[in-house]
Write a new protein. Structure first.
Lengths: 356, 356
DNA sequence: CTGAAAGCGCTTACAG
DNA sequence: CTGAAAGCGCTTACAG
């Protein structure tokens, strides 16, 4: 319980000394640059800062500032996330990165499965007590009941990949809305005018992607009726394939749609299958864009264009917010942090086929 | 130009020694707690952390970690913000807090008025050169042209009270959407069913408030046609008064509306005037809610209920993002940070008058 | 504006 | 699991 993990300090321990040597100045000069305690020539200042950054001293020092208020952290997960069936790559990739960050910083990470039903709050409080945890991260949880109880309690809590619509708790999410807008804008830039957005009735984070899709249409001044929606029954590839099949049946073919933008890579993989089965060519007849940036998309045929979520940074960022909350006092304003996503164009997307 | 401001270090220099005395343990024990270098009993650990937090040592140490990579920072402002006519309290309060934070941290803040028209990017780059600035904060700027140019440049830039829809730049804003939703939800909770949202054709940050207003209606399952909109021609009190007057004329009175939610306190102050002139009682006949939390609202008659923006924290938060960007390397994902807003209920709002 | 030297605060074996 | 003592890294007058 209070065993100490040896905190894999394999950082080569760069010090101010190393920086001074590399930059060719005295130790005290480096100190002065770093603290602004003496007027230094811009040339020297620039060189020192550059070297300090390059050698990783700046980062190490920033890490030093972060005191180890975090010893044990609870990670609350809905049981769906842990289920082995229908693997949720996004969650598992995030958890892996979070686990690695904790290991590196010598933080013990204690999992705590919580039912989305009532009682979840008590489960968390009990687990914090028995694990002696300093705070709790909640992955994919946005049940109002749980958040209400947590917000009123003294527990330090940060939401990971979820939002608190009342902003009583800190949260970290990918920039879902902006990321989706980015993707849709790119498709529009390729000449696509009639685009199908495939999504499902998921949590807020998923709805943000629909908002971004619509933003792109509004910004471009395109007709709203060409922003089409198709709701799958879930986020697994099979749901995507099924939904696409049904849609094609109902509409008697592509019906003028030249691009499908899916709210998840998993759906997009299913859509690729559905098109392949019908002999519809991607991206010849239609472009397919995903969202998430999970590995299977990269190895699909054709390889899937997508929006990369910074999966490796979300967990560490949540950890930082938790530490800040423990340090900075309870009355500082809550923080809602979104991390930027990145458009990755591969082979499943191309120019609009029926362009003048 | 490279004069050093004496960095008002009037912090009483709490050290690990003070913490150890106050907590009644050895200096080394405090160090062990702070670094997790030895297994400490939960009781002692808890006491030490509590004392360290209370004495402000944790905060000081976190500040220590933040190296003074920031010596001179440019703050770019559109000329409208600087104009003395029609004072923009929100911007000025934000600037004051930013100025204070810079002074305290010994950072020189160099103002740089920029035209929203073309050429702004060059103005900024030139100013950075001649001031020897380490980076630039942009207040109330979201001109695509400027952001495009900055995103492609090597300049470290952070947006303050503005968003980059493509998330290529870090940004700090109040939680506009969630704050507006909070306010609307409160009104709905007071029994109001037909609510007028007064706004104007402002920047993205203002449109987010409209989104939040609509979110509240959607969440509550209320009919969308009772979420009414009224667009003023500007954000000054006079615009608000005029818009309200016109609306009342057009609708022959309140037309069943029992609450007005304004996208800015300034508008709300105008609305209060318009109602007073007509003898409409606030909150007896109608509730009025603002947004921003500027001082005039507090002293209005009746005092204005509103959504408090964390005006004093936005600037410092932007400064931190800028420092992080300079430290953390260019390829870390961009951050979009929203700070939580707070509902402040005063005397301009009350229960819905015509309740069963 | 830079650097040699003294000094201070925190960390780190180590004893109990 | 705690604390006295040595040691290390960074800061800070101060000389040039």
């Amino acid at each position: 319980m209070s065993r100490i993990v040896p905190a894999g300090d394999r950082a080569p321990k760069v010090g101010i000394k190393d920086v001074s040597r590399e930059a060719g100045v005295a130790i005290s000069t480096v100190s002065h640059v770093l603290n602004g305690t003496a007027p230094i020539s811009p040339a020297v200042r620039g060189r020192v800062l550059e070297v300090a950054g390059r050698l990783g001293y700046l980062a190490r020092r920033q890490a030093m500032g972060t005191i180890k208020t975090l010893q044990t952290v609870l990670i609350a997960l809905p049981p769906e996330t842990l289920a082995q069936t229908s693997i949720n790559m996004v969650s598992w990739t995030m958890l892996r990165a979070l686990g690695a960050a904790c290991e590196q910083r010598g933080i013990k990470l204690e999992p705590c499965p919580v039912d989305s039903a009532a009682g979840a709050y008590r489960t968390i409080v009990d687990a914090i007590g028995s694990a002696g945890a300093d705070g709790v991260l909640l992955l994919n949880v946005d049940e109002p009941g749980v958040l209400d109880a947590l917000a009123q309690s003294e527990v330090a809590a940060v939401l990971l990949n979820a939002e608190d619509s009342q902003m009583r708790l800190d949260s970290v999410t990918p920039g879902n809305r902006f990321g989706a807008c980015l993707a849709a804008n790119w498709l529009i830039g390729q000449g696509h005018r009639r685009i199908l957005h495939m999504t499902w009735h998921g949590r807020t984070t998923i709805r943000r992607r629909s908002e971004g899709f619509l933003d792109a249409f509004a910004e471009s001044g395109l007709k709203r009726e060409n922003a089409l929606f198709c709701h799958a029954t879930g986020w697994e590839p099979e749901s995507g394939a099924l939904a696409m099949d049904n849609w094609l049946d109902e509409h008697g073919g592509l019906d003028g749609v030249t691009a499908v933008f899916c709210a998840a890579d998993n759906l997009a993989l299913g859509v690729l299958q559905a098109f392949a089965a019908r002999g519809i060519s991607v991206p010849g007849d239609i472009s397919v864009m995903g969202f998430d940036g999970i590995a299977p998309g990269q190895f699909a045929a054709p390889s899937l264009s997508t929006v990369n979520i910074p999966l490796d940074q979300l967990g560490p960022a949540a950890l930082n917010l938790l530490a800040q909350r423990l340090t900075g006092g309870r009355d500082a304003p809550r923080q809602k942090l979104e991390l930027g996503c990145e458009l990755v164009i591969r082979n499943s997307t191309g120019q609009c086929p029926n362009q003048g």
